[in-house]
Design a protein. Structure first.
Ligand SMILES: *Cc1c(COP(=O)(O)O)cnc(C)c1O
Length: 405
């Protein structure tokens, strides 16, 4: 029996076929069961901020597991308090900020959804979210996710959510005093690394403030330094009412959080929300260690610089398949001229490179934040070779048609 047979028989079919069986990782590299090495520019979908098996990550898990892993939220632990204070500082909440811990992005957004309802009450039943933004797969967060094909098999959705285009005009038309909250994904990662128009976040802040609505920013993919700031909203110089984080803050350990600012910090009261695992000592110790390493090693700046370097170098490859690069820092979308993203991902895997295609016309690159010159050089070589493999296949495909025309 092959591992493919086992996976096909035993794993839930909500995911497509698994592309490889990985047995270990180190830094920016993964190894499969045949001991083949791959350069990993997906990093578990923007999760492994420090790469694989980083000593800081490994030691934080070992040390905390040997000290105290879990006591429930009837009690506090030092790692939990340390991470809450650290997240407040990095997000810039000031003293009035508060942190709710969960175990995933969806749980962070579920908490944010409940925050919006607590704020809205009966007078403000409307919740706005952006078309094409992704906020999660649970029933609550799916209701916030503006992708009809994802919702369709699971209707009816939790009511009250309306989707608007990502334009300042759409914001102006939609905001009124009956809106409890506006959810914004500051760079739409799952939609193909799509940026918001210039001035959008500033307009969203001004309009939500004018109408007494919360501005809730989903930083689950963009946070933890990925875009070259700790959080993407910081590029816009605004202060939101809440942000949600997960993915990169754990460096591979499952953890998520809702971070509130100002008045939004007063909305939850005892009994309104909770989680058994959320914020346990083990997860918070690991996250603190990961964020500490990002801070100590200047990896937010590295993300900004390596991202710029990669975007310029990818364009300089001068591939006829590449239309251009989107995104910020190390959240990069390579826009394609043809719907061949899946073919490029498959060719890359053959060449020993792991990348991802959020749609047919985009390659997403979200490597570890600590990549250096060696990884960038190797990536460009492997990515260039992968593009050429697909270019050659396209020419072969097109040749008979041209001959017959
Ligand atoms: C990944 C992601 C989520 C969902 O996080 P999970 O941990 O998969 O539940 C929500 N929002 C955004 C922007 C994401 O990228």
């Amino acid at each position: 029996m092959s591992w493919q047979d086992d996976a096909g028989r035993d794993l839930v079919r909500s995911f497509g076929d698994r592309m490889a069986l990985f047995v270990r990782g180190e830094g920016a590299y993964l190894w499969d069961a045949d001991d083949r090495r791959y350069l990993d520019f997906l990093a578990g979908i923007a999760v492994n901020s420090l790469g694989h098996a980083h000593p800081v990550f490994v030691q934080a898990i070992a040390r905390q597991a040997a000290t105290l892993a879990h006591v429930s939220n009837y009690f506090a632990t030092p790692p939990q308090l340390e991470l809450a204070a650290r997240l407040k500082r990095l997000a810039g909440t000031g003293d009035s900020g508060r942190v709710y811990f969960g175990n995933s992005g969806a749980e962070a957004n579920e908490a944010a959804f409940k925050l919006a309802r607590l704020h809205g009450g009966a007078d403000k039943p409307r919740i706005l979210a952006l078309t094409d933004a992704f906020h999660g797969r649970t029933m609550g967060t799916l209701a916030l996710t503006g992708k009809p094909y994802m919702q369709a098999p699971f209707l009816p959705m939790t009511p009250g959510v309306e989707f608007i285009d990502s334009t300042i005009e759409a914001l102006e038309a939609a905001l009124d005093d009956r809106v409890a909250a506006l959810f914004v994904e500051p760079i739409k990662g799952e939609a193909g690394v799509v940026e918001l128009p210039e001035g959008f976040l500033q307009a969203a802040r001004a309009l939500t403030e004018a109408h007494g609505a919360l501005l809730i920013i989903d930083e689950i993919q963009t946070g933890a330094g990925r875009t070259g700031e700790w959080f993407a909203f910081q590029h816009a110089g605004i202060t939101p009412d809440a942000i949600t984080v997960a993915k990169g803050i754990g460096g591979g350990f499952p953890i998520g959080a809702l971070i509130t600012f100002g008045h939004a910090s007063d909305l939850f009261y005892p009994g309104t929300h909770g989680s058994t695992f959320g914020g346990n000592a083990l997860g918070t110790a690991v996250s603190s260690a990961v964020l500490g390493e990002i801070e100590d090693e200047g990896l937010v700046r590295n993300a900004a610089e390596r991202g710029q370097q990669l975007r310029e170098s990818i364009v300089a490859l001068d591939s006829p398949l590449v239309a251009g690069c989107r995104g910020r820092g190390l959240l990069i979308g390579v826009g394609l001229r043809h719907p061949v993203a899946k073919a490029i991902v498959a060719a890359a895997q053959e060449h020993g490179l792991i990348i991802n295609a959020p749609n047919d016309e985009t390659i997403r690159l979200v490597p570890a934040l600590n990549i250096g010159d060696a990884e960038v050089d190797e990536f460009l070589q492997l990515f260039g070779a992968s593009l050429r493999t697909v270019e050659d296949a396209l020419v072969l495909d097109a040749a008979p048609r041209e001959a017959g025309a």
